[in-house]
Unconditional design. Sequence first.
Lengths: 239, 123
Amino acid sequence: MQAMIGKMARMYPVLIAMGFMIVVIALFVGYANAQTAADYFAHSKELRETTLMVQRASFEGVGLWLPYFKFLGLGLILGGIVMALRVIIDNLKAAGNEVLSKLPSEKRPRSPASPWFGPVMPMVMMAGELTFVVALIVSLGLARTAAQVFAHPVPEIDAAGAGTPLLAQVQAIVTSSAWLVPFKFLGVATEFLAIAMGLATIIFILGAQTELLETGIRIARGEQASARHPEAPTHGPAA
Amino acid sequence: MDHLTPPAPAWQMKVFPLFSLLGWVLILSSFLIGLIGLAPTAASYWGGNAKAVRDAAEAGSALLGQLQVLSVIPRWLEPLAFLGVAAFMTGIALEFSTIPAVLKNRGQVMSACFPLIVKLGGK
């Protein structure tokens, strides 16, 4: 499982490029949406509310899903950073193991175990990505509902009473948006948590490898001392 | 270089989990406030009343209270979530700040290594 994640992690530039492309596409969609809104608000209130329903439905709908699409792009970039950290971790471990393999097996110190959060990091990253995907799917559903609501003239929407399907749809949009906005930040938090875990793992490995090097120096000095004085113990403390 | 002194434990490594925890708590709180506080209020305000009823709400009425909640809370809820993001980023910056000391120590160890490598290689 970890080996498979390690292989996938090497594709981190793809994740970052995809995320960046999504954010750029969001900019173009946002610009096009702004033109629709500009066209809509260039007309009188009466005409807007009774005739130009298609434009209203379009920019209200896009306004609902576009922020979550942008956050999916940001999430992919953050996921790419997490995967890049994973590649650094794998390379550090491989280099450390290669150096240790040069020591005689009977004097080779044991590699320290990775901290528990190292292997968990990619899973946390995936949980964050899932949060962004769920938020986007829900927002697409809301955009569809908004398109249905704003297909009606505004006076008809305003007149919708309690228990009518139209008011139920308005209720669904406003209610879902209330929790969906902070929900996307939960995805950002999860991605940042994965980055923090990855960095902590790298710092741990760097520190542990330095300690191993010091152990290697002590072993080498011990060998030199035993070569000069064959009766001296091989494993002596650092000189 | 006979004695290698390991670097003192970095205070940043003790503090960064607190920032990560703070970020997590702030963002989770903002999500829960949205889910448990705002969403039911929005459902009640928008679901049971036509526009005419909502517009006619008198000062002190429950309906106007709900409108107040829906207008006031989102104004500080998003900054709270951003504070959580900032706490996470501060924690990550603290982690980064420990790396130079770790690398410096690694450099010292390497510089102690090389004379030994040269000596052993000469045999």
